[in-house]
Write a protein that binds this ligand. Structure first.
Ligand code: PLP
Length: 383
């Protein structure tokens, strides 16, 4: 469908490819690119292809549906599904060659039966709870689950893995403690007959960047692949990672207003002087947090301009002061324009949240444009 609105999310596959290669070099190990939640809002298939081109060997998603979407897009790389689906989804998973994560007795049972019926053991990754407390085999069940996994001829445990709760805190002892718990599990596994060649993975983005001991055979970065920081104290840019996403629109309406004019819902902003006010045709229904009211920044004509007043559902206002602005001028909400940049990290700070929530809440109403030409809107003829 031809885009009628000028608002779009531009995704750079070059940045994703660069980040995947950077993370592989930094970790010195294999990279499993996490592309759940539609590639953290960037568009899963394009991001997956770019990550593979950058050297990632495998992909990971949260849902069977997300794995099937990658297959439908023609991607045949290994895809790990990071949590167990309901058991009735398991045949579909196996048919689509999606790699199941396992931790419950019933899931191992069904997959064992499927593998024996089909004459090919199903490769699985066994997830161990070492302190995240979310999913994974809890310590009380370690021996039973190991016995079951080793005895199941329809299954092949390809990897053992765990998830870290506080990897984004450089100083937290929790990461060291969780890795020690994992070692204990692996020793228990060895005595239970788990093959010696089983691979081990533990590292999300923060652990990949900050905790060399967590890197093991494979790292599982998500947010860093998109060039975004996993936490306020862990700056992605300092690791040579590049943001892959821009949020761009055009001024829809512009006018000069006198000093003292109050604008938008609640009249929470009042013009400090005579000057130019721009209206942009996007708002919180597109994923711009209402928390940017009076504190956000937008780039117009290569300069940082303050958001004026309440962010509305479909529109927001920007104060340009003495600088004349006109309908059709490009406005950048996330990304670079000229020498200036607005980072997702800034939005996250204003909205008291994390970069993850910002990018996954950019809504489907905004079209994703992969690798746009350097100038102009791709769907609009030059004027
Ligand atoms: C989402 C997820 C990741 C990726 O986390 P980031 O912090 O985005 O790098 C890795 N492993 C598991 C199990 C996950 O759920």
């Amino acid at each position: 469908m031809r885009a009628h609105r000028p608002t779009r999310i531009e995704v750079s596959t070059d940045a994703v490819r660069h980040n995947a290669a950077r993370l592989a070099a930094l970790a010195g190990t294999e990279v499993c690119a996490v592309v759940k939640a539609d590639g953290y809002g960037h568009g899963a298939a394009a991001v997956a292809r770019a990550a593979l081109a950058g050297g990632a060997s495998t992909l990971a998603v949260a849902l069977v549906e997300e794995g099937l979407a990658l297959r439908a897009a023609g991607i045949d790389a290994p895809v790990l599904v990071l949590a167990e689906p309901p058991v009735d989804a398991l045949p579909t998973m196996v048919d689509a060659a999606l790699t199941p994560t396992v931790y419950r007795e019933a899931t191992l049972d069904v997959l064992d039966r499927l593998g024996r019926q089909r004459g090919t053991p199903v490769g699985v990754h066994l997830k161990v709870d070492t302190g995240m407390g979310r999913v994974g085999v809890p310590e009380a069940d370690w021996d039973a689950r190991l016995r079951q996994a080793v005895a199941a001829t329809g299954l092949r445990v390809e990897a053992v893995y765990t998830h870290l709760a506080r990897a984004d805190e450089p100083a937290a002892d929790t990461t060291r403690d969780q890795l020690a718990v994992l070692e204990r599990f692996l020793r228990r596994g060895a005595s239970a007959g788990l093959p010696a060649g089983v691979r081990v993975h533990t590292a999300n983005s923060a652990a990949t960047l900050l905790h060399p001991a967590a890197r093991r055979d494979l790292v599982r970065p998500g947010i860093a692949l998109y060039g975004l920081s996993p936490a306020p104290d862990v700056d992605a840019a300092a690791f040579g990672l590049r943001p892959a996403l821009r949020l761009v629109t055009e001024v829809s309406f512009a006018k000069r207003i006198p000093a003292g004019t109050a604008v938008s819902y609640g009249h929470r902003w009042v013009a400090p002087a005579d000057g130019w006010l721009a209206t942009l045709p996007l708002g919180y229904a597109d994923g711009v947090p209402r928390a940017l009211t009076n504190v956000g920044v937008v780039l117009i004509d290569g300069r940082r301009r303050p958001v004026a007043g309440t962010v509305c559902m479909d529109q927001l206002l920007v104060w340009c002061g003495d600088d004349e602005v006109a309908a059709g001028d490009e406005a950048v909400l996330i990304g670079t324009q000229g020498d200036e940049q607005v980072r997702v990290e800034e939005w996250a700070a204003h909205a008291s949240t994390i970069t993850y929530e910002i990018v996954t809440q950019l809504t489907a109403r905004v079209p994703r444009v992969v690798d746009p030409p350097p100038t102009g809107r791709p769907d609009h003829p030059p004027t």
